[in-house]
Design a protein around this ligand. Structure first.
Ligand SMILES: [Zn+2]
Length: 66
């Protein structure tokens, strides 16, 4: 058995579980999204791309995944 040395190739990118502030729906967004992600329920923009790390807008991060 070999040791697994690299589990996550891109350690700074991850997924967030966020709650939309408009409607309270839960959404999964990518931390480095290069596109404006919208809430799947009410359609308001919750992620704003900003070159590298995306900004979470109008949503609250409740958990980090991966
Ligand atoms: Zn919403």
């Amino acid at each position: 058995m070999r040791k697994r040395s690299i589990l996550i190739p891109m350690p700074r990118s991850r997924f967030y579980r966020v709650i939309c502030k408009n409607c309270g729906a839960e959404n999964i967004v990518f931390s480095h999204a290069s596109y404006p992600a919208r809430c799947k329920v009410c359609g308001s923009q919750i992620v704003k791309p900003s070159g590298g790390r995306a900004k979470i807008v109008d949503a609250e991060i409740v958990a980090e995944l991966g």
